[in-house]
Design a protein around this ligand. Structure first.
Ligand code: SIN
Length: 343
């Protein structure tokens, strides 16, 4: 028998490692169980791969932060660079999985499979979804056809591209959707089918990969100890004032992503605050709170005149990831805009 493919499993916590806290099926605590216990619950994994586990964090993904992203990226890159490793699987909470997946999609220099997996129900729940999701994630990670597709998310028998996927439901197992162009593929009890290639640059072709190890020369001295430039998201709404934008600027944000109404729009008062921020060299990216569609330049807002950047298809939380990385390279608005058309 040929040796099994070797997979490095990087564990970060989340509901997949969660356990219920009482008799009630609903209450639980994320990141409670060890990865070894989760693997032991799926003995069928032993026929798929030789899995080595590394615990990178043990958190609910609401606590995912820049420092943990950088550690996770470094550990994933080290594993991917090892010649004997076929791919990397990362267990992660579903709440911010799309952000971590997109971050890694931009900073890992690899053509090997990288698969994020989580669960909506804790490991101790009736009909926990984690065991099958984990089995499917490893099956996707060992499949030769997974190479060169960028970072993927596997859950609920679906395979999603990091750039396209979003969490869309608070509790249901079918929470992950890719509204713009659908699934990367399907995986049914370990048998998989890919349906589409990724549409934008990623991983080995990304200008952000691999991550620089030293602080960026584009960061101001006051932020040079921060791992990545500060970028805040401001959510637009009817009757919006200027306070949230002004507060982000005062807090030291180098960029602000507007989760705009409709086509990334803002009312007049908030718009004048965003324009003032842009004049003060804060990068303003217009995204949309609608959950789908393109934000184009110069439709209702004069992006050219105001020095704004349009997010294209990226939702606010992914636009934030790209802007953070972009600001490590440049503060030039045109160059940043080009990144949003590229990734
Ligand atoms: C989390 O994101 O860590 C909690 C929710 C989940 O994993 O589904």
């Amino acid at each position: 028998m040929p040796p099994l493919p070797r997979i490095r499993l990087l564990a970060t916590g989340g509901t997949i490692a969660g356990a219920q806290t009482g008799g009630d099926q609903r209450g639980y605590k994320a990141a409670t169980l060890s990865m070894d216990a989760l693997i032991a619950a799926v003995p069928q994994l032993a026929a798929l791969a030789a899995i080595a586990v590394e615990q990178v964090a043990a958190i609910g993904s609401q606590d995912m932060d820049d420092a943990t992203w950088l550690t996770l990226a470094a550990r994933a890159q080290a594993a991917l660079d090892a010649p004997g490793i076929a791919g990397v699987v990362i267990t992660h909470g579903t709440d911010t999985m799309e952000e971590t997946a997109f971050f890694l999609n931009l900073v890992l220099r690899t053509e090997k499979p990288v698969v994020l997996v989580g669960a909506m129900r804790p490991a101790t729940a009736i009909s926990a979804d984690g065991p099958m999701n984990l089995y499917n994630a490893v099956a996707v990670a060992v499949a030769p056809e997974t190479s060169r597709r960028g970072v993927l998310v596997v859950a609920n028998d679906e395979i999603h591209f990091a750039r396209e996927v979003a969490k869309t439901n608070t509790t249901q197992v079918g929470t992950f959707r890719a509204t713009h162009r659908g699934l990367a593929g399907l995986v049914n009890a370990g048998r998989l089918h890919f349906y589409a290639p990724p549409v934008r640059r990623h991983t080995a072709a990304s200008e952000f990969a691999p991550l620089p190890v030293s602080p960026s020369p584009h960061l101001p001295v006051s932020q040079s100890s921060a791992p990545l430039p500060r970028v805040d998201i401001v959510y637009a709404h009817a009757g919006m004032g200027r306070e949230a934008i002004d507060a982000a600027v005062r807090a030291g944000a180098r960029g602000i992503v507007i989760a705009g109404v409709g086509d990334g729009n803002l009312g007049a008062v908030a718009l004048s605050a965003a324009a003032a921020a842009a004049r003060a060299d804060v990068a303003i990216v217009r995204s949309s709170r609608t959950g789908g569609g393109v934000v184009e330049r110069n439709i209702e807002i004069d992006d050219d005149g105001l020095g704004f950047i349009a997010a294209d298809e990226l939702n606010p939380q992914k636009a934030r990831v790209l802007l953070m990385l972009g600001l490590t390279r440049t503060s030039d608005r045109r160059a940043l805009q080009e990144m949003f058309f590229t990734y």
